[in-house]
Design a protein around this ligand. Structure first.
Ligand code: ADP
Length: 684
């Protein structure tokens, strides 16, 4: 099918042509045949780089009204926003920031790009633009199988279909084992294909050679014999150097942040990389840099963006054209690594698996050095789908003749069977995970979607879970969850609604359900019920504390002890120091160690509260990051979460008519430090 035959405006067709799109790729043509431009629901389960964006655009451009594009990650939202905004005559909005604003202005846009959490939050806050939607595109719909994100996504889709009846749903998926189930659930046509614009061969390293699945082999310059870990690193280095020598770019996946940084340091010593990107180098792979080697210039830009230990290690590695990428990296460093790689001033990125699901960074060769991950208790193999996503990054359309993905492992036979020969896993709903169900039952009642157990069950009936497990009795589960929510004072059974909680009659759940004022606030503020309950306890404790003990540390300690706070790590050496700090400030905290469910997480909450307090007191980012051994990216996300949770705590205090303003005050301090930090960083 040719672009000229598409039912979109002539200017859009022209733009497609200008960007090199003439004939539709086969999966795209199949999607058009399946009715994606005629308002039909479509699930497209196709590989990376097979042109999903165009399928989404065709749906959104031909829809009879505004469209919503749901992304799983914020970093992707920005990328998609930019790509849609470049379409002629299309206005685009983006919604990824505050968790709790209805963002009414988005109703003006043709296309809104938002994370699933943001859409869920908009629905809970009664945003009217949701009802006007004509088309919803869900990117990476296979994330339905993830513990936290999955339930949010399926409830959001089920609700959207109710709120905007007749809305077209287009779901884009990686190749998974059961796309037919997803399609049947969404009442959609299935487009399933393994077609790729650039061919991909996958291989496993065995004793000096890579054996590819197409029968070919590649000899690897034999690394010295040594312990398995070192050997895998040396094999990885040889494979990367080989591609870079050849003018290509690589991604190397490892299991942890620390491994990403140490592999980067090792690769930075490779002559192939130093020659091409480093001080002795004189050209980039395409010859577009005339004289200056790109590495040192990029290193300078890394240094300009902050001097933490992580930043210094990054600067040192990029001197040789090697970057690393993980969640602990400061967000501006992460963005710089991504853009430098796209500009080809980096030859390789050493990354944790999150990069595989993230932004667009294709490579000629992908090397997966670590196929297991530490889960806190033991090493477990990575899911097949995840490894396939990494492999799928190999082969850049228009740039590489082919892509190669190579797995390096101690047990090549097992790895071949699991990741090369076998298909990916099936996607399974995670909705009945108790915590997820609690969150969503409260939200459907609080947002006025259901006012009885029957109403809740009706909505749950439209979820992927109900579709996959028609025989499971959701009714019993809902009873249990409603009873717990009622004990927490968030849900009233039988109609009682007051700020003090439900006068619950938990025995007769056939009756009316309504959110208490607290429950409504919890839902609107987008915190988990458990977080809401803990904050309510903290607020009540604060009311009984004497004024001089209620300090910013009190507020920070309370929000850091909720399950919506991301945990932090406590090193052995700092444990005693944090305990001493906690003892010194015991009167300011709302919980004592002996009241905590778990001493270790209590100490972690104290540590986090201390970091945030020192941050508001003007400690600089470098000092905090180095002293508490967290990544600069962690500091950013802790500050952001705490800001959100302090706002939620303040709203709950209002609902309870509590006098305290300590949460609002702490939130203002965090905002002020964020402004001061941005100002410091703007200065040369
Ligand atoms: P993905 O499926 O990973 O989302 P993209 O939609 O980003 O893939 O497409 C990958 C690349 O292929 C983009 O650079 C895009 O411009 C290009 N592309 C998409 N469709 C076509 C086409 N029909 N002809 C030529 N290039 C195309």
């Amino acid at each position: 099918m040719h672009v000229r035959d598409l039912p979109v405006s002539a200017t859009v067709r022209e733009q497609y042509r200008a960007s090199g799109i003439e004939e539709l790729y086969p999966p795209q043509a199949a999607a058009v045949e399946a009715g994606v431009t005629r308002g039909e629901n479509v699930v497209a389960a196709i590989p990376t780089a097979s042109g999903k964006t165009l399928i989404a655009e065709l749906a959104m451009l031909t829809a009879d009204g505004p469209a919503l594009y749901i992304v799983p990650l914020r970093a992707l939202a920005r990328e998609k926003y930019e790509s849609f905004a470049a379409l002629p005559g299309v206005s685009v909005g983006i919604s990824t920031g505050d968790f709790d604003s209805p963002a009414e202005a988005l109703g003006e846009e043709d296309v809104v790009v938002a994370t699933a959490e943001k859409v869920d939050s908009a629905i809970r806050n009664g945003a009217s633009w949701v009802e006007a939607l004509a088309c919803v595109v869900v990117d990476e719909v296979h994330l339905l199988g993830r513990a936290r994100r999955g339930p949010t996504l399926e409830i959001t889709l089920a609700t959207l279909q109710r709120r905007a009846p007749g809305v077209q749903i287009v779901a884009l998926s990686a190749t998974v084992d059961n796309p037919d189930a997803i399609a049947a659930w969404l009442d959609a046509e299935l487009v399933e294909s393994t077609w790729r614009p650039v061919s991909l061969r996958r291989g496993v390293y065995v004793d000096g050679d890579v054996d590819f699945d197409d029968g070919s082999t590649l000899a690897v310059d034999a690394p010295p014999p040594g312990p398995a870990g070192d050997r895998d690193t040396e094999v990885t280095a040889a494979l990367v150097a080989d591609t870079v020598d050849d003018g290509g770019q690589c991604l190397a996946f490892v299991r942890s942040r620390r491994e990403a940084e140490s592999l980067a340091a090792r690769l930075a010593e490779e002559p192939a990389l130093r020659d091409r990107y480093g001080d002795s180098g004189d050209a980039d792979p395409e010859g577009s840099h005339d004289t200056d080697p790109p590495g040192p210039r990029l290193a300078e830009r890394v240094r300009e963006r902050g001097g933490t230990e992580t930043g210094r290690r990054l600067a040192a590695a990029v001197e040789s054209g090697v970057g690393f990428h993980h969640a602990g990296l400061a967000s501006d460093h992460r963005a710089l690594v991504e853009s430098a790689y796209r500009d080809r001033t980096l030859g390789v990125i050493c990354a944790t698996p999150t990069l595989a699901a993230g932004v667009n960074v294709p490579a000629r060769r992908v090397v997966v050095r670590d196929l297991e991950r530490y889960t806190g208790e033991e090493m477990t193999p990575l899911p097949t789908l995840e490894v396939h996503q990494m492999c799928g990054r190999a082969g850049r359309p228009h740039l590489d003749p082919y892509g190669e993905a190579i797995l390096v492992a101690a047990d090549p036979a097992a790895v071949r069977e699991r990741y090369v020969d076998a298909g990916p896993e099936a996607i399974e709903s995670q909705l009945t995970e108790r915590e997820a169900l609690r969150t969503h039952v409260l939200s459907v009642v609080a947002s006025g979607f259901a006012d009885s157990k029957r109403g809740v069950l009706n909505l749950l009936d439209a979820t992927f879970f109900a579709f996959q497990s028609p025989d499971v009795d959701l009714s019993g589960l809902v009873d249990g969850v409603a009873a717990t929510l009622s004990e927490m004072g968030l849900l009233a059974v039988g109609g009682a609604t007051n700020a003090e909680g439900a006068t619950a009659d938990t025995g007769t759940l056939g009756g009316a359900l309504s959110a208490t004022d607290l429950g409504a606030t919890v839902s609107r503020q987008y915190v988990r019920p458990e977080t809401g309950a803990r904050l309510v306890d903290a607020i009540r404790t604060i009311e009984s504390m004497s004024d001089e003990n209620v300090t910013p540390l009190t507020a920070l300690g309370a929000v850091c002890a909720t399950p919506d706070t991301r945990g932090t790590y406590l090193g052995n050496r700092e444990r005693a120091a944090i305990y001493r700090y906690a003892t010194r400030h015991a009167a300011e905290f709302t919980t004592a160690p002996d009241e905590a469910d778990d001493f270790e997480s209590w100490l972690c909450a104290v540590k986090l509260a201390r970091i945030l307090l020192e941050w508001t007191q003007g400690a600089d980012r470098e000092a905090l990051v180095d002293q508490y051994r967290i990544g600069p990216g962690d500091l950013e996300s802790h500050v952001e979460r705490a800001t959100w949770l302090l706002g939620a705590a303040d709203a709950l205090a209002d609902t309870l008519n509590a006098e305290t303003s300590v949460f609002e005050a702490a939130r203002e301090e965090l905002d002020a430090s964020a402004d001061a930090d941005a100002e410091r960083r703007r200065r040369p």
